[in-house]
Design a protein around this ligand. Structure first.
Ligand code: UDP
Length: 476
């Protein structure tokens, strides 16, 4: 019997990287019935959330954890999570080579932080692909960076004019990807070198889609298609049917008892962290807004905005001790504070959720947009400022709070924007942008919520089965 093609997938460390790659694996299985193995590098030991994702994998998707990489305290002091992720992948290359060698893989899909692994795949005659977990806007910057590096002599943040990438909104240099913010840093040099290696791949799979970023995708296809095929396969997003534990299901029960569309979900991804002062302002701003909220809180950190990205956080006996005095008691009924982790995909697909204050990680962005939930953008690191510009200025599906002269978003501003989104006229406008009707060829425009029942939940088994039948009908 002919063997199925065997595909290897390599995420980089971090939930925001693991989740979409795992979802890609499920889609490859669903649509092509490939044999799939996820090869997972880890920094330290795998986090609780990471283990839960892997345990929930369908039995037909294999996984292997590479030996954990240990980076000494001294070694990682002050290193951005991106550099830590790159280092983890570099140190995982020898065991990765062994896994690739001992199986007959047809293709190998890597996350951009693992770009060095492409050369190993090539050497072993395995077709290498990149899975770019963000959008066409960020990919465009990555692919144009070698050119920008040659033509721009100053720091990009000091450029007087915005940078214009083909098919994208103009963007100020200070809002570009985090690794390009300091051209003298090691991070920039590593990043620039990695962008030149993208051309080793036989194609780039990118988590976006035409209806969202039509002109940026078209520009990339026009420029690159001959040399580097591009596959915009998005939106790939975390399934809202994932297992949830007790603490997480308490959060969903709380939502069950709230009015439709009344709750703002506040979450900064898997590792976004605020300073002590900013955490205090956010708490008081949410309270002042009078709006209902669920807030996933992290222990503050004054040094780094991604302090908890690659590890579980130890919150101790009183995980909420850093919140303003009696905040939790005062906001009982108005809000729910959840330490560290909430079942975000389920929260966003719950009818009581009506807004999302987000750090603009691309997974969070897609999860929100696909549920028609308007956003408040609060970018922290990585490509999040680019995503915030895309959401607020281009797609106009988000509001953006202003920073005061001390670099803080103060409580009054937070309360104003939260109220604006949840009950104000500006909130209605962004909501309308999210709910534009779909236009099928030769048919009247129709709103997504009025499509046939199976299309109402793309993560459900019902949807997947109808999709499979639809695809077969097209083939016959
Ligand atoms: N997430 C979650 N619960 C949380 C925080 C995050 O389920 O409390 C999930 C979220 O749904 C998303 C991913 O973790 O799928 C975060 O990815 P994103 O790209 O938004 O941000 P990152 O964590 O990479 O900064």
């Amino acid at each position: 019997m002919e063997q199925k093609p065997h595909i290897a997938l390599l995420p980089s460390p971090g939930m925001g990287r693991l989740i979409p790659l795992v979802e890609l694996a499920k889609l490859l299985l669903l649509h092509h019935d490939f044999h799939i193995t996820c090869i997972i590098p880890v920094l330290g030991s795998p986090s609780k959330a990471m283990k839960a994702v892997v345990q929930a994998l369908p039995t037909s998707i294999d996984h292997v954890f590479l030996p954990p990489v240990i980076l000494e305290e001294e070694e990682i002091k002050g290193l951005k999570h991106g550099v830590q992720a790159m280092l983890t992948l570099t140190r995982s290359l020898p065991p990765l080579r062994d896994v690739l060698k001992s199986n007959r893989f047809s293709a190998f899909v890597v996350d951009p932080f693992g770009i060095d692994a492409l050369a190993i795949a090539k050497e072993l005659n395995i077709s290498p692909y990149i899975f770019f977990p963000s959008n066409a806007f960020a990919l465009s910057l990555v692919l144009h960076l070698p050119k920008l590096d040659e033509t721009v002599s100053c720091e990009y943040r000091d450029l007087p004019e915005p940078v214009k990438l083909p098919g994208c909104i103009p963007i100020h240099g200070r809002d570009l990807l985090e690794p390009v913010q300091d051209r003298t840093s090691e991070f920039y040099k590593m990043f620039l070198t990695s962008t030149k290696r993208y051309r080793l791949a036989e194609g780039i799979i990118v988590n976006t889609f035409m209806e969202l970023e039509g002109s940026a995708i078209k520009a990339l296809l026009d420029e690159e298609a001959k040399n580097l095929p591009l596959f915009p396969v998005g939106p790939i997003q975390s399934g809202s049917s994932n297992q949830v534990d007790k603490l997480e299901s308490d959060c969903l029960s709380w939502l069950d008892n709230q009015p439709h569309g009344s709750v703002l979900f506040v979450c900064f991804g898997s590792g976004g962290t605020l300073s002590y002062e900013q955490t205090n302002e956010l708490a008081l701003g949410l309270e002042l807004s009078g709006q209902k909220f669920i807030w996933v809180v992290r222990a503050p950190n004054n040094e780094s905005a991604d302090a908890t990205y690659l590890s579980d956080q130890t919150l101790g006996n009183n995980p909420l001790a850093f919140l303003p005095k009696e905040f939790v008691e005062r906001t009982k009924g108005q809000g729910l504070v959840v330490p560290f982790w909430a079942p975000q995909a389920q929260v966003l697909s719950h009818g009581s959720t009506g807004g999302f204050l987000t750090h603009c990680g691309w997974n969070s962005t897609l999860e929100s947009i696909m549920q028609g939930i308007p956003l408040i953008v609060w970018p922290l690191f990585a490509e999040q400022k680019m995503n915030a510009a895309l959401l607020a200025e281009d797609l106009k599906v988000a509001l953006r709070p202003k920073t005061n002269k001390n670099g803080l978003i103060d409580r009054e501003e937070i309360a104003k924007v939260v109220k604006g989104l949840m009950v104000g006229e500006e909130g209605k406008k962004v909501h309308n942008h999210l709910s534009e009707p779909l236009k099928l060829l030769g048919c009247i425009p129709i709103h997504g919520r009025d499509l046939i029942e199976p299309a109402q939940d793309r993560t459900s088994e019902y949807y997947k089965e109808i999709f499979r039948i639809g695809k077969q009908l097209r083939l016959t």
